[in-house]
Design a protein around this ligand. Structure first.
Ligand code: 6CS
Ligand code: FE
Length: 296
């Protein structure tokens, strides 16, 4: 495809190419951009993520109860993904669709305006999920940029999306917290390999494509460091779609559970996937770009 700004998995060698898109988008004049302070905007631009301790601790119990309900009510469906070598629950997809409480949280007036401010427009919800990392058996997520997968497998053209997620248990040093590489969202790693049809059926349990090679990671980490995002239940994190991240196994006694929602700008509608295959199913990546509105 000639107008692919971010080619990846085209069968060539791995390459680091510069980002071609802004990190923060400007709104039209009609809208006051006042949810996030200047210092927060600068942190996001520079590092690619923001952490809000004690964002909504009162939502932790109700959201956890919904996770318990959904893990039973969705039994046997594709929305539930198991650990790579086991039967423990790894991910529940699309909780927004199956729970009014989850839906309300991800459209909350404390949250949605920040997302709209960063993306400079109305947004739609592309993916929502619960990542569950059980004590002892919860497995790692390899280094990746979400955007790389969304571009190749879902047809997201530009970097104008982000993920907001809330910690439902404490995320600490030992229970497999998210590792990020601050500043890595300014680079794009064009990866090796080619995507097979239905890659998602295995990649959601263990991602192999779109995972940079050790030599590339050595270059990326040359003058950057790894930061582990920890916090109490109720902490909110926003991370930019191209930030390199991953997380280690959970060999501790404490489960780690987070709930996330991916927002994409309505000006960044998905096209045919850049990897040339059919788009992934809707429960993983919605193509309905209807803007979300504030919850009442
Ligand atoms: O598949 C997705 O949309 C997301 N999940 C994983 C494990 N990697 C890529 C992307 O973050
Ligand atoms: Fe990710």
């Amino acid at each position: 495809m000639t107008d692919d700004l971010y080619p990846s998995r085209m069968g060539g060698r791995e390459q680091i190419i510069p980002r071609q898109d802004p990190v923060i988008y400007q709104h039209g004049l009609s809208r006051p951009d006042d949810s996030l302070r200047q210092s927060q905007l600068e942190h996001y631009e520079k590092n690619g993520y923001l952490v809000f301790p004690e964002f909504m601790p009162e939502m932790v119990e109700p959201l956890q109860a919904e996770v318990q309900r959904l893990r039973h009510s969705l039994e046997g469906r594709e929305e539930l993904v198991r650990e790579p070598q086991g039967t423990e629950l790894r991910t529940i997809f699309n909780p927004c669709r199956f729970s009014r409480i989850v839906d309300g949280f991800f459209r909350h007036p404390k949250l949605l305006p920040m997302v709209q401010q960063l993306l400079g427009s109305d947004v739609y919800q592309m993916q929502s999920r619960v990542n569950n990392k059980p004590a002892y058996t919860g497995k790692s997520f390899a280094w990746h940029s979400d955007f790389e997968t969304w571009h190749v497998e879902d047809g997201m053209p530009r970097m104008r999306a982000l993920t907001a997620w809330i910690m439902l248990t404490e995320n600490h040093e030992h229970n497999g917290p998210l590792y990020v590489i601050p500043g890595s969202h300014h680079l794009y790693i064009s990866c090796r390999g080619r995507t097979a049809a239905d890659n998602y059926k295995t990649s959601l349990r263990q991602q192999k494509l779109g995972v940079p090679q050790p030599q590339t990671m050595r270059e990326v980490l040359g003058d950057r460091e790894i930061h582990a995002i920890t916090g109490k239940p109720g902490t909110l994190v926003i991370h930019e779609c191209n930030l390199l991240h991953g997380s280690p196994d959970n060999i501790s006694n404490d489960p780690r559970q987070v709930m996330m929602c991916v927002y994409n700008s309505v000006h960044n509608r998905p096209r045919a996937p850049f990897g040339g295959l059919q788009p992934r199913p809707d429960f993983l990546s919605s193509r309905d770009t209807t803007p979300v509105s504030l919850a009442a």
